[in-house]
Design a protein around this ligand. Structure first.
Ligand code: ADP
Length: 430
């Protein structure tokens, strides 16, 4: 279908219900323009006569329900048209969820709470985005719950969050993130601290339910929960835990029949578990590719995206002005635990960190926790259960002078003084 045009790009004429898939090489960028007809990118409609730019590593599908022609400018790694997509099944899923919202509206009930599960690289995030965009295009206000600590679409990696969706995701930039509710998890894999992961899942569920009680639109809109690709052992149990914490009504299982059967077996019978195929367009991402995406996400947090540049600040913070904690003491054999203490306690323990050189490049979450006198976090409203108000990166540590230099989105001083250390590091090359 690709044919050169006089406009300097490559023109593709797409029949209805087909999609153009393309990937952008590292170090390249590609522009996309809709010439005629209607088309969307992961549920967000394209405007005509506007050039959309996609950066290195982007993997995009331009889908059309009615037929269209588009042009690509720049060097693509691959670009081809596929007639074979599961989009009709995804649309039907959306239609079923919309039925549930209508019914909720009529009967003063709550709307669908949907959990999307499956192994890595099956298009979970993409399906979430699609369902959210379709819902919001009908005037709904669904909530995205992002539990994928490796590749968050909402905040920096190592976080778990919820975001009320008020407009379709931006074609180039994704969700416009105004006021997400973000919790510190601290690493890119739930297995690092599964107790904390489950606890934060419960926190998010509770906050969401509270919001639904006071906000009818949020309640009817329901939520779409994106999960991690870890679907075995504790990862699987985390999914079951999530289903119960959020009292989900629907589970969409992408691509894995085994997982589908397990969930059907283990979840209450009133939960609708649906198996959906993955799209042939979903591209498997290498470890390096994942790392780059994570890095990019942190860079965006500090420096903004193309259209909106931010100018982060660098300043010194005295050790004595902050309290730095890591969540979770290293696990020790049961026999060595102090009397009356369980492994759970060690995984959820706030361990004070003495700043040293090894703190350099670490991402720290700035906790919103009330700042009581009690520095240990022992009895105060837990630091664990408090959301974070932002992130900083330690760029230098001077143990002699007892100060560290940080990169911060806002000028000094730090809004709060309880900092939580992440396993994640960011090297600022700017
Ligand atoms: P998961 O959340 O399961 O890890 P994603 O939804 O993030 O998977 O999808 C993996 C990658 O595949 C993403 O870069 C996404 O943009 C891309 N992708 C998803 N669907 C398509 C498609 N139909 N065509 C081309 N690329 C796609």
């Amino acid at each position: 279908a690709g044919a050169g045009t006089g406009i300097g790009g490559t023109r593709y004429d797409l029949e209805k219900e087909t999609e153009l898939r393309f990937e952008v090489d590292s170090g390249e960028k590609v522009q996309l323009e809709l010439l005629t007809g209607l088309a969307e990118v992961f549920g967000s409609e394209l405007n005509r006569n506007k050039k959309y730019t996609f950066g290195p590593g982007s993997k995009i599908a331009v889908f059309t329900w009615q037929g269209c022609s588009v042009a690509l400018f720049g060097k693509t790694e691959v670009a081809y048209v596929s007639k074979d997509t599961p989009m009709l099944l995804y649309l039907n899923t959306h239609a079923a969820l919309e039925q549930m919202r209508r019914q909720a509206e009529r009967e003063n009930e709550r709307g669908p709470r949907v959990m999307v599960v499956g192994p890595t690289d099956v298009g979970k995030s993409t399906v979430c985005r699609l369902l959210l965009s379709y819902a919001v295009r009908l005037g709904r206000r669904p909530t995205l719950v992002e539990l994928d600590v490796g590749q968050s679409a909402v905040s920096v990696p190592g976080t778990m969050s919820a975001l009320c969706i008020e407009r379709p995701a931006d074609v180039e930039e994704g969700y416009s993130v105004q006021a997400p509710l973000v919790y510190h998890f601290g690493s890119t894999s739930p297995g690092t601290n599964i107790k904390l992961y489950n606890k934060l899942t419960s926190c998010l569920a509770e906050v969401f339910s509270q919001r639904c009680e006071v906000n009818r639109k949020a309640s009817v809109g329901g939520c779409i929960i994106n999960t991690c690709g870890w679907v075995k052992s504790s990862g699987y149990h985390a999914l079951v835990h999530c289903a119960s914490a959020f009292e989900v009504d629907v589970v969409l299982v992408l691509d894995q029949e085994r997982l589908y059967n397990e969930l059907k077996r283990d979840l209450p019978h009133f939960v609708r578990v649906v198996l959906l195929p993955k799209s042939g367009g979903v591209v498997e991402r290498s470890k390096d590719c994942r790392r780059e995406t994570r890095d990019e996400k942190i860079r965006e947090y500090f420096y903004g995206f193309r259209s909106t540049s931010f100018f982060p600040h660098a300043f010194d913070v005295r050790f004595s002005d902050v309290r730095i904690y890591k969540i979770g003491a290293p696990s020790i054999p049961d026999s060595c635990l102090p009397l009356g203490m369980s492994q759970d306690d060690t995984q959820l323990k706030l361990v004070p960190v003495t700043p040293g050189r090894d703190l350099t490049h670490h991402v720290l979450s700035v906790s919103c926790a009330d700042e009581g006198e009690d520095g240990t976090g022992g009895v105060r409203r837990g630091v664990l259960e408090s959301p974070v108000c932002g992130f900083i990166v330690v760029t230098n540590v001077d143990t002699q002078a007892q100060v560290m230099t940080v990169l911060s989105p806002a000028p000094r001083p730090l809004p709060r003084h309880t900092l939580l250390i992440m396993d994640i590091r960011f090297i600022d090359l700017k």
